[in-house]
Design a protein around this ligand. Structure first.
Ligand code: ADP
Ligand code: MG
Length: 273
C-alpha cells in the first residue's frame, strides 16, 4: 500500500481558558491518500479549524501524531515547520487572506519566495496558475478590483504555487454566494480529477460536503461517521439532489443549479418555510 499523504493518530488538542480546559479534539484518527477529495463536515465549534490548523502545522496538538507526506510534523521545531507549510501544504481560507497591496499575480508569486521554483520562473508560473483557475487577463488586478469568487480563485492559485502535497481549505465557500460556491467547488473537483490534487475541505455546508468523494462528520472534536460522497471520476455516479446521472463537474454544476432554482421556486411558492 502506498504511503498516505496525511495520517493522524490519536490526535487530541485542548486549550486552557483560565481555569477551564476546552477539549477541541479528542483522539482523532484519519488517513488521506494521494488523489483523495475529503470533506470534514461539522457544526460551528466542532473542531474543524483546530483540526485543519494541526494538519497544516499552524498549531501543535496536545498529544498524538500528524504525518504529512511521511514526516511526523509534531516532532519538528518551528524553523522546519515554516518550510513544511510552504512546500507541502496549500491553504485556502474562508476570508481569502490575499495581500491587498499586491496584485493577483504578485499574491501568487510571493508565496513562492525561497521555495523550489527559481526567481526567474515564478512570474510565469504565477500567470499560468491564474490562467488555470480562469483568471487570465486579471493578473494585474488588486484584490479590491476582483469579485469574492475571483479572490478565492487567486487564493487557490496561491495554494497551488509550490506544488504542495495537499490542499487544506477551511470553509472555502463560506463567503461566497450560491453561484460562486458552485464555481469554486467545480474548480476544486477539476483539480482533483484532472491533476490528481489531494484536497481536504472543512465545511459546515451540506452541499459542499456532498460534492466531495468522502465525507467525515465531526462532532465535539471526534469523527462520528464517515460516508461516501460523490465520485465524479466514476461515471456511474448520481446527483445527490435529483438522482440524475453526473459525468463531470460541468453536468454537476447544471444539476446543482437546477436544484437551487427548484428550492427558490418552492420558497417563493410558500411550500417551504
Ligand atoms: P469550528 O472551526 O468547527 O467552528 P474550532 O476548531 O474553531 O471549531 O473550535 C473548536 C472548539 O475549540 C470551540 O469550543 C472553540 O471555542 C475552542 N477553541 C478554538 N480555538 C481556541 C483557542 N485559541 N483558545 C481557546 N479555545 C479555542
Ligand atoms: Mg472554523
Amino acid at each position: 500500500m502506498s504511503e498516505p499523504v496525511l495520517k493522524i493518530e490519536n490526535l487530541s488538542k485542548s486549550y486552557e481558558l483560565g481555569k477551564h480546559n476546552v477539549q477541541a479534539l479528542s483522539n482523532l484518527n484519519l488517513r488521506v491518500d494521494a488523489g483523495e477529495f475529503v470533506a470534514i463536515k461539522g457544526p460551528s465549534g466542532s473542531g474543524k479549524t483546530t483540526l485543519l490548523n494541526m494538519l497544516g502545522c499552524m498549531d501543535k496538538p496536545t498529544s498524538g501524531s500528524v504525518l504529512l507526506d511521511g514526516v511526523d510534523v509534531t516532532k519538528l521545531p518551528e524553523s522546519d515547520l515554516y518550510k513544511i507549510r510552504r512546500d507541502k501544504v496549500g491553504f485556502v481560507f474562508q476570508t481569502f487572506n490575499l495581500l491587498p497591496y499586491l496584485n493577483a499575480r504578485e499574491n501568487v508569486e510571493c508565496s513562492m519566495e525561497d521555495g523550489k521554483f527559481k526567481r526567474s520562473a515564478r512570474k510565469r508560473r504565477a500567470s499560468e496558475l491564474l490562467g488555470m483557475v480562469g483568471l487570465s487577463g486579471r493578473e494585474e488586478h488588486r484584490p479590491q478590483r476582483l469579485s469574492a469568487g475571483e479572490q478565492q480563485r487567486v487564493a487557490i492559485a496561491r495554494a497551488l504555487a509550490n506544488d504542495p502535497a495537499i490542499i487544506l481549505a477551511d470553509e472555502p465557500t463560506g463567503n461566497l454566494g450560491t453561484k460562486n460556491k458552485l464555481e469554486l467547488m467545480k474548480l476544486l473537483i477539476d483539480l482533483n480529477i484532472n491533476r490528481g490534487t489531494t484536497i481536504v475541505v472543512v465545511t459546515h455546508d451540506t452541499h459542499v460536503a456532498s460534492l466531495s468523494k468522502r465525507v467525515l462528520l465531526l462532532r465535539d472534536g471526534t469523527i462520528m461517521k464517515e460516508r461516501k460522497g460523490l465520485d465524479l471520476a466514476d461515471n456511474k455516479q448520481t446527483c445527490p439532489y435529483c438522482g440524475g446521472k453526473v459525468t463531470d463537474a460541468e453536468s454537476l454544476g447544471f444539476l446543482f443549479r437546477e436544484e437551487e432554482e427548484r428550492r427558490q421556486d418552492e420558497c417563493s411558492n410558500g411550500s417551504l418555510p
